[in-house]
Design a protein around this ligand. Structure first.
Ligand SMILES: *[C@@H]1O[C@H](CO)[C@@H](O)[C@H](O)[C@H]1NC(C)=O
Length: 330
């Protein structure tokens, strides 16, 4: 009996333990046990779950921009213009809003013009378009890109590029020197780049647009524009994107009217600012692009030309030249 009692007494503490689930006072002893024995494990588990949770969040964050940038769900038809290697770029300067009628093209009232463009420049714009078509006719491996965005509030959401393209359509249509077959080929090789807001973007965006439609980066680029902008295109815009000088051709056509302030204005308002800001992403050049973007358009080229994304997004504070990988320096 004594032995039995002794056994019961030793069991007793275990029974007390089971009452601790209901007893208010004995809960303290559970916490005390947890504190003493399990708290380190509890703390470690908490840290583990918290760091797993953070990992999941960071992983999602890292993936999110990739999905947004690549638009991978947005299927595209096959590339239409393979086997083309020469990009001809006609840079837009204004927007034509008139009818599809050759007599009307040279009327200033059918264009949205800056004050300094009135009285003569419109003829030069048409010469630029015609020159682009002439080069296109000469080289069967070329694609003609009209470049320029929806830059003028008064023109509504019409792009410079589209208005130039529509003029090109009527110039080709009315050209009696070429067969219907050649006209069809030419029409197929004329495309638009509808986001550029300055000359730097005319060049860079057109290269990506060329790649969107051909699957290639051009091994030859011809830019048609004003002769007084030649130095800027050759020495600044071409240089800033590291495109080889020997593969770059500039075709300049100036207005016939003399304007003594033209060269100085180009130097003051464009050459000097771009020399100090090669990528046009600071100060006055940045502001100019904002003023030319009344419809708040943003280009899609970082998604369609991912290899150019670092260059498209490049904006150094010290005006350093871009040294990242480029598809034309491989
Ligand atoms: C160019 O800048 C110089 C010096 O700042 C100034 O005297 C001249 O009037 C400017 N010319 C034009 C056409 O803006």
């Amino acid at each position: 009996m004594n032995a039995n009692n002794a056994k019961r007494k030793t069991i007793l503490p275990l029974h007390i333990d089971t009452t601790s689930f209901t007893g208010g006072q004995t809960q303290n002893s559970v916490w005390r046990r947890l504190n003493k024995r399990q708290l380190p494990i509890f703390v470690l588990l908490t840290i583990l779950f918290f760091s797993l949770f953070l990992n999941v969040i960071q992983h999602n964050r890292r993936n999110a921009p990739t999905f947004q940038v690549l638009n991978s769900h947005d299927a595209l038809p096959p590339i239409p213009l393979t086997e083309y290697h020469h990009a001809i770029v006609v840079a837009g300067h204004a927007i034509y809003t008139g009818p599809d009628d050759r007599q009307q093209l040279t009327d200033d009232r059918n264009w949205i013009l800056e004050p300094y463009q009135q009285g003569g420049q419109v003829n030069t714009f048409i010469q630029h378009i015609q020159k682009g078509i002439d080069v296109l006719k000469q080289d069967k491996e070329s694609v003609l890109i009209f470049s320029g965005g929806e830059t003028r509030p008064k023109a509504g959401p019409r792009s410079e590029a589209f208005s130039y393209w529509s003029i090109a359509q009527s110039l080709v249509h009315q050209d009696d020197s070429i067969s219907a077959e050649i006209k069809a080929s030419i029409n197929q090789r004329m495309i638009t780049e509808e986001y550029a807001k300055d000359s730097h973007e005319n060049l860079l965006f057109s290269i990506c647009r060329f790649s969107e439609m051909t699957g290639n980066y051009p091994n030859q680029i011809s830019v048609v524009g004003f002769e007084f902008k030649r130095k800027r295109f050759e020495d600044i815009h071409r240089y800033s994107i590291g495109y080889p000088a020997e593969q770059f051709h500039y075709i300049g056509i100036d207005p016939t009217s003399e304007d003594p302030a033209r060269a100085e204005g180009e130097l003051n308002n464009s050459v000097r600012p771009f020399e100090k800001d090669l990528y046009g992403c600071h100060g006055t050049l940045k502001q100019k692009k904002m003023n030319r973007n009344p419809f708040r358009r943003r280009h899609p080229y970082a998604a369609s030309c991912p290899i150019l994304a670092p260059l498209l997004n490049y904006c150094p504070s010290n005006n350093a030249l871009y040294h990242g990988p480029l598809p034309w320096t491989f």
